[in-house]
Design a protein around this ligand. Structure first.
Ligand code: SF4
Length: 359
């Protein structure tokens, strides 16, 4: 296993994505990555033991949200979450610390980032002044033309808007607010109009887990002008656990996922370089990889807690208690070898990630 771990550190996310496209089976995907990585090792392409600087820092600026999605893995909008959010001064200080750490790229998300619009614009200014590019994730609810005009003043590498299907009924129902699909579609359109690299991201729900829906969704994204469409599976965490009865994929669905994978491949070929179609990492594989290569970044949650990623809820420290640089140097950059992280990951199994009922 130790040897496997060493080999697995070499792969890149693209290779993982390739492996997942080729095989849905967890074991087959891991085996494909090992083979790929062994080839790299033979050519002397060794990975670093740990990254010196973070490549990606994800800042969850708030727990507030104007929607109430039944699958929200962060439980955004719930009172006990919002009560512990960093205040405006703390958010700005954390952004400065991220900039001081020489992060190459920043992802700004929430909750919903446009629930703290003024903090968002201050943070964007900090990163622009340090030549760090920012990527924004939004549900599109509050994205007016005026907001997009302001965004044009910053160095934004892309905007991702959540749209969960080709029609309003399913999206609005899953996101808990009528009118949310129409606003998300409008945000996608405005983003493209302003010249941003624009991504539409969809959570595949049990009711849209069918080739005709996925096919219509991809076509819709193209006609709206998206540069990229991303398909994501439900992460059985946070509010999704409470709503598991309506969100968990059945075993039959998991058995038929190969049909969707095949469709994905066909659509990739159909759209060629006019629009990329991504399939987000299968949670089980992504989580397993967490312990197998040095982290290239981290997530700072709205309460200041730091995690490796959204899937592994192990706190690596809190920016309210220690400086980010110190946490990066002493713990985060070596977190693939962290005993607590390893213990958490070992407890999970591929299937349990779909059925897990914990909060
Ligand atoms: S999934 Fe996103 S839009 Fe939905 S409640 Fe959570 S943070 Fe808000």
């Amino acid at each position: 296993m130790a040897e496997q771990n060493q080999v697995l550190r070499v792969f890149s996310d693209f290779e993982v994505a390739d492996a997942q496209l080729a095989f849905y089976s967890y074991e087959a995907a891991v085996q494909s990555i090992i083979t790929h990585s062994q080839r790299k090792l033979r050519h002397g392409l060794l990975p670093p033991e740990a990254h010196e600087y973070p490549l990606v820092a994800q800042l969850e600026l708030t727990s507030k949200c104007n929607l109430n999605c039944r699958f929200c893995y962060n439980r955004s909008g719930e009172t006990d979450r919002v009560a512990h959010d960093l205040n405006s001064d703390e958010i700005i200080d954390v952004a400065k610390q991220v900039a001081d750490l020489n992060a190459m790229h920043v992802v700004l998300t929430g909750g919903e980032v446009f629930c703290v619009t003024e903090e968002l614009f201050t943070v964007l200014e900090i990163f622009r002044d340090r030549a760090i590019d920012s990527f924004i994730l939004t549900n599109g609810w509050a994205c007016s033309e005026a907001v997009f005009r302001r965004l044009c003043e910053f160095n934004i590498s892309g905007i991702q808007v959540s749209i969960d299907g080709p029609c309003a009924a399913i999206h609005d129902n899953a996101r808990g607010r009528s009118g949310s699909w129409a606003r998300a579609v409008s945000a996608l359109y405005l983003s493209k109009e302003c010249g941003f690299y624009t991504i539409a991201a969809c959570v595949i729900l049990p009711e849209t887990f069918a080739p005709e829906y996925v096919s219509d969704y991809i076509d819709m994204c193209y006609y709206l002008g998206a540069d990229e469409a991303i398909l994501t599976e439900v992460m059985m965490m946070g509010r999704a656990v409470r709503n598991a009865s309506s969100l968990a994929y059945s075993r039959e669905m998991l058995d038929t996922v190969k049909v969707l994978r095949e469709l994905h491949r066909e659509k990739l070929a159909e759209y060629g370089n006019r629009m990329f179609i991504g399939w987000a990492q299968v949670p089980a594989i992504a989580m397993t990889m967490t312990t197998m290569r040095p982290p290239n970044g981290f997530v700072i949650q709205p309460d200041g807690n730091i995690q490796l990623n959204c899937l592994v809820p192990v706190s690596l420290g809190n920016v309210r208690e220690r400086r980010l640089a110190e946490l990066w140097e002493t713990r985060i950059r070596f977190a693939h070898r962290d005993p607590e992280v390893a213990r958490y990951v070992e407890q999970q199994t591929p299937v349990s990630l779909y059925y897990r009922r914990q909060d």
